[in-house]
Each structure stands twice: as C-alpha cells, then as structure tokens.
Write a protein that binds this ligand. Structure first.
Ligand code: SAH
Length: 490
C-alpha cells in the first residue's frame, strides 16, 4: 500500500439495471376469473370434492359427471358458499364439455383421463387432471383467501408440506380484515379515479389507503375513511421530489421503515455499487433502477451527471430515490446532491441509514465509546479527492489514546495512515482491525495493532468494502486475534 495519488477515474454513464427480483420461475402464477363461467369436473377421485368446492367458491357453475360419486362428493352441491354445483350421476361425454371454460379430470383411469383431456382441449377449455401433472395445462396451488385479495402458493410439486407451511405462515400474517379493505378498494376505485386524473396522485391515495389498512386491519373501512383519504391526497405535495435514502451497510434488515416506504414509493432509484442487491428487492417492481456507479475504485459516474439526472427526473414529476450505502450524510457527497436539488427548486429530504461503522460495531458487539477506554469517537476518511492519504488529517486527534477512530475508505492508504499515526504519537500497540463487508454474510475481520495490521491485511488477501477501526475499545477484539490466526470471521 502506498500513498501515491490514484489516477483520475474514467467516467461511466448511469445505466438502467434489471428490475429487482427477476429470477427464473419454476411456474407462472396466473389467476383465472371463473365467476359465472361453466366448469366441468369428471370423475370422483379423492381430490374431487375439494376441487369442486374451490371452483364453486370462485363463482363458477360446476357440472360434475361421476357415475359413482361417494358420500362426500354427493354432499358438495348443498355445501357450496358461492357459484352453483350440479351433480350428474353418469359418465362424461364429449358433448358435456362444450362451452366449458375450465375442465378438471378427476378419474382413476389413465386412458379415460387422456381422452377427457383431449376432448376438453378440443372444446377450448383450460385443463387440469388431478394427480396427473403431465396432462395439466394449469395446476392448483395452496390458497390464502382474503378475497378479493387472493394469494396462490406453489412449490411446483417439489415440496407440498413446505408449501403448506408457507401457506400457514401467510395465513397468520394476513389479518382477516384485509378482505374488507380490499373489497372497499374495489368499490372505491372508480370514485378515486374520477377525482384524481394523474397517476401520481392516485398512487398517493392508494398508499395512504394501504397504510390505514395495515394500521387498522380489523376495522371495517367506511365512507369517513374515503372522505379523509381523498382530502389528505388533495393536500399532499404534488410533483416530483428527491429522497436521499440510507441503505445501510448491507444487511437488508437494517433498513429503516422510512427507507422501506421511500423505496416502495419510488418511480426511479439511483443507487451506488456499494448498495447490497437485496435492498433493491424492496422497490416496486415497476420502479426504474439505475446504477450510478460510485465505488471507491474503478470507473465512476461523474457527480455532476448524477446531480443533473436526479434533478431532471424529479422535474419530470418522478419520485426519485437516491439510494446510498450506509448513512447518506456520512462520506456520501450528499451535500452536493442536496445543494443541486435546492438550486433547482426540487424538494429534497433525507432518510438516515445505519452507517458502516455502526453496522461493524454491532457485529463485533463492542461499544465504540466504552467509558473506560474512549472519550471521543471520530469518523475519518482514508483518502482525499485524488485517492491519496489526506495531508490535512488532524494527526494529534488520531494519536489521542482516549479516542476511537473509524476510517472509511481505508484500504489504499492503510499502511501509510497507520505509520503516520504512530509517528505522530499513537501507541504502536493500539488495537486495530479492518472489517470487510460489515453486516453481510461475507463479513470478515483482520485483527492486529497499529504496528502490524497492514502486514496482516496484506497476508489475508480479503476483498470488499472495508473499515479501519482503531482504539483501546477494540482490545477485546484484539485479544481474540492473539489466539486465533490473523484472518478471523466475526
Ligand atoms: N455513507 C456510507 C459510507 C460511504 S463511503 C456509510 O455511512 O457507511 C464508502 C466506504 O464506506 C467504503 O470504502 C468503506 O470504507 C465503507 N463501507 C461501506 N459499506 C461497508 C461495509 N458493508 N463494510 C465495511 N465498510 C463499508
């Protein structure tokens, strides 16, 4: 490691990245409206009664053809809560299938099932065959019913018990009252659309509506809610805005509730390389995500370009989230971004995040200001604009025996920084550690002292964003290091 200035980085342009969360799908979940439609179920195998009930619950007119229905199937027509079921105690014929939107084969005999499926396809119906996945156009999943809110769950046959457990968990998570709120949404949709012509305003309304549903799921929503929500939406600020959001050091669970809400509201998210990819999963799927790459190394987008893009998007009416690693106001050049918005008259707010130092300290389980060891806590940058060791660091402050120092961006100048601090009076035995990938599954730390940490770091050959932490408060961490090899997983 040297303190040679790093050549200026080649600029790179902001670029759109994939919408969050698009991974290969074992199966495509789609939802089939069946209200008022004709459905045929033939046969009486074990799964038949439940299937008939579900189809009827979806509002279908179900014709069941079963020469020898059991007790359970016979009882179904009287038990259904919606739709209509007619039981025909005879075998199916191809003529029975005309006009059916959906056909379910529930017969024991494979040849009969194959013939049924062929006839049903010929009649233009969607086909399912109970326990015969090879004959199915579509398959039934597990259901969580808060109608009109409906959740379908599939493991694509891989793990039915797992699927059932997931279903039970979702059941427990979704209050029954959601059914009333979603039904109210359906009933109010026309009035809301009539009142607000812009998409952005309607979105504000529905976000507030959803917040209320989550806050008071068991209360039935009424006209008073509608009136209040319409009023609140009218009063809400219009037009685009920028929110600087702290993404934290990596672990998505460290996001604040406000950060989550901002991500959910964003039309566009401009994010840095250091933002952990799983954080973007919390964005709306329709949101545009753009990598405006600013790492410590490699090509970066120019700050001016980022500022201009942010302002331009907000002026075109977008809710822009500028997603920055850690806390936006700690070594994040947020000052320039806030200033650019203010100059352009674009509303800008900041949502704080967990800074890398807090994340690392929490993982270590060590107080940064333990009163026996530290009187002061300081955050210091490891490099200046050119990437070199800053000349104007307060070396006296770094040498102070009762200070805890956290150095951001320390990797390139680590050796020079520690050597200079020791030369300026820092005890060479002061505990020091370099924490890589704090709060991420790949987190690792190299522990040592001000005198030997740089060598140990070089020997360990670790990769990823890192923080240098120096001070007597880390003695406990260094204690472990004496017994264990230099490279220690926290
Ligand atoms: N605003 C950020 C800091 C951005 S500067 C914050 O508050 O954390 C970028 C530097 O932050 C990196 O060079 C590294 O020193 C540090 N950093 C960010 N994420 C980190 C992580 N998960 N582990 C260790 N250091 C991290």
């Amino acid at each position: 490691m040297t303190d040679t200035p790093i050549p200026l980085r080649a600029a790179r342009a902001p670029r759109d990245t994939n919408a969050a969360g698009l991974e290969p799908l074992a199966v495509l979940p789609v939802f089939v409206p069946l209200r008022g439609k004709r459905v045929v179920l033939a046969g009486s195998s074990g799964g038949a009664p439940w299937k008939v009930k579900v189809l009827a619950a979806a509002g279908a007119r179900v014709d069941v053809y079963a020469p020898e229905p059991g007790e359970e199937l016979r009882a179904v027509p009287a038990e259904v809560v919606d739709g209509h079921v007619t039981l025909h105690e005879r075998a199916w014929t191809p003529d029975d299938l005309w006009g059916a939107a959906f056909c379910v084969g529930a017969m024991e005999d494979e040849t009969d099932a194959v013939a049924f499926v062929a006839a049903a396809r010929g009649a233009g119906a969607i086909v399912n065959a109970v326990d015969r996945p090879h004959l199915c156009d579509v398959k039934f999943g597990a259901i969580v019913n808060r109608s009109p809110l409906v959740v379908g769950i599939s493991t694509e046959g891989a793990a039915p018990v797992f699927g059932q457990t997931v279903r039970a968990r979702i059941e427990a998570m979704l209050p029954r009252g959601f059914a009333r709120w979603v039904a109210a949404a359906r009933d109010w949709r026309g009035r809301v659309t009539g009142r607000f012509h812009g998409f952005a305003e309607r979105r504000v309304f529905w976000e507030r509506f959803t917040d209320r549903a989550f806050a008071e799921p068991d209360r039935a929503p009424g006209e008073a809610d509608l009136a209040e929500l319409l009023g609140e939406t009218e009063a809400a600020p219009k037009g685009g805005a920028v929110t600087l959001v702290g993404a934290g050091p990596g672990d998505a669970e460290l996001l604040t509730l406000k950060a989550l809400r901002s991500l959910r509201n964003a039309d566009v998210i401009l994010y840095d390389d250091l933002v952990a990819p799983e954080i973007l999963d919390y964005a709306r799927r329709e949101a545009r995500t753009m990598l405006v790459g600013k790492t410590g190394h490699g090509p970066s987008c120019r700050q001016d370009d980022i500022n201009a893009l942010m302002v331009q998007l907000a002026r075109s009416g977008k809710q822009v989230v500028r997603l920055k690693s850690g806390d936006p106001l700690v070594f994040g050049r947020a000052g320039e971004e806030i200033e650019a918005c203010r100059v352009a008259g674009v509303p800008v707010t900041v949502v704080p995040g967990v800074s890398a130092a807090q994340g690392a300290a929490a993982s270590l389980g060590l107080s940064l200001t333990h009163r026996d060891a530290a009187r002061r806590l300081q955050y210091v940058t490891g490099h200046d604009r050119r990437g070199a060791l800053p000349d104007d660091l307060n070396w006296g402050a770094l040498a102070d025996p009762s200070v805890t120092t956290v150095v951001y961006m320390p990797k390139r100048t680590l050796r020079a920084l520690l050597a200079r601090a020791v030369a300026e009076g820092l005890a060479p035995s002061t505990p020091a550690l370099l924490v890589f990938n704090a709060t991420r599954p790949s987190q690792q730390a190299v522990r040592g002292t001000a005198a030997n940490l740089a060598d140990r770091v070089e020997a360990a050959g670790l990769d990823g964003p890192a923080l240098l932490m120096v001070g007597t408060v880390f003695a406990e961490a260094a204690e472990v290091a004496r017994e264990a090899p230099a490279r220690v997983a926290i």
